[in-house]
Ligand binder design. Sequence first.
Ligand SMILES: NC(=O)c1ccc[n+]([C@@H]2O[C@H](COP(=O)([O-])OP(=O)(O)OC[C@H]3O[C@@H](n4cnc5c(N)ncnc54)[C@H](O)[C@@H]3O)[C@@H](O)[C@H]2O)c1
Length: 345
Amino acid sequence: MRVLVTGHQGYLGTVMVPVLRAAGHEVVGLDSGFFAECVLGQAPEDPPGLAVDLRDVTVEQLAGFDVVIHLAALSNDPLGALAPQITYDINHHASVRLARLAKAAGVRRFLYASTCSVYGAAGDGLVTEDAPLRPLTPYAVSKVRVEDDVAAIADSGFSPVFLRNATAFGFSPRLRADIVLNNLVGYAVLTGEVKVLSDGTPWRPLVHAHDIAQAFATCLTAPTAAIHCRAYNVGAETNNRTVAEIARAVVDVVPGSKLVITGESGGDPRSYRVDFSAARRELGFEAQWRIPDGAAELYTEYLTRGLTTDGFFATFTRLAQLKALKAAGVLDDELRRITIGARDE
Ligand SMILES: NC(=O)c1ccc[n+]([C@@H]2O[C@H](COP(=O)([O-])OP(=O)(O)OC[C@H]3O[C@@H](n4cnc5c(N)ncnc54)[C@H](O)[C@@H]3O)[C@@H](O)[C@H]2O)c1
């Protein structure tokens, strides 16, 4: 199949593209390149790509693709809180526009990277895809709005599917150090402390980036009846863990590290345990990676590729990197690239 992957130069996209190519698909990327240079170790080999802002995509650019995989977004709550309106512009409006243009261009499937954050503060019971959505942040609200608005344009020729991914972990050449397991392992490697800023009690389901890639690959070729306008949670029940449990897995892997639970930050009220059986039952998808194996992988990769303090806090932290690009005059206040010509005007 001919597949367009938006956000192909991000953390998940960089892991997903080789998986799709290995499955025989022809992949083209689309990315504004916020984090293209934020690489730990050897640079990945990118597919051919369109260096355009999602907000400026045209129907011509979408012609000739069988499927669009839509990953591009401001990808976490701190970014959403920094600039809620830009989060809605990119994550909601530009995403719905992309889906409409894709449909008009004859694209038949639209695979959307949603999130388990849509469940918000869901308590201790396992939530299925039918659970009430209680998004708590502009980031999560934008994901719910895209699901609703894109579902509304589904028809016999256009099948959207919403993959509600758990929080990702694992190595990607375009690393993110701002997601929980990657963060805890990195901080422990650099300081010897596994530092939990909350009281450690919130539930945080996790899933390896490679398993997310596999779930998207599965949805590319699944029968239309199994994916048409469906939402699927992507993860594994065994990785439904509290933050304190995740931290203990890191202590087990980073020699000499010690656990510190500060309880200083109560700022993130998300807590949810998720049921992943629908994807198992209806798509035959089963996530393979467990948290201890992911912690060990990250530990090895950080050591061999030389993670530094600057990398950890700046290059591989999405919010810090976007602030740095703005301060350097690369991006304007709306996170659009400032061209030399425009700056000269
Ligand atoms: N990583 C996770 O834990 C996780 C969990 C659930 C859902 N998701 C979703 O998966 C997707 C990918 O996440 P990620 O971790 O790879 O994030 P990321 O920040 O590493 O990558 C996002 C990519 O989108 C691109 N992008 C952002 N705004 C753009 C714009 N206006 N035009 C063009 N490109 C733009 C960025 O340049 C970047 O390459 C996101 O939609 C995210 O919400 C991620």
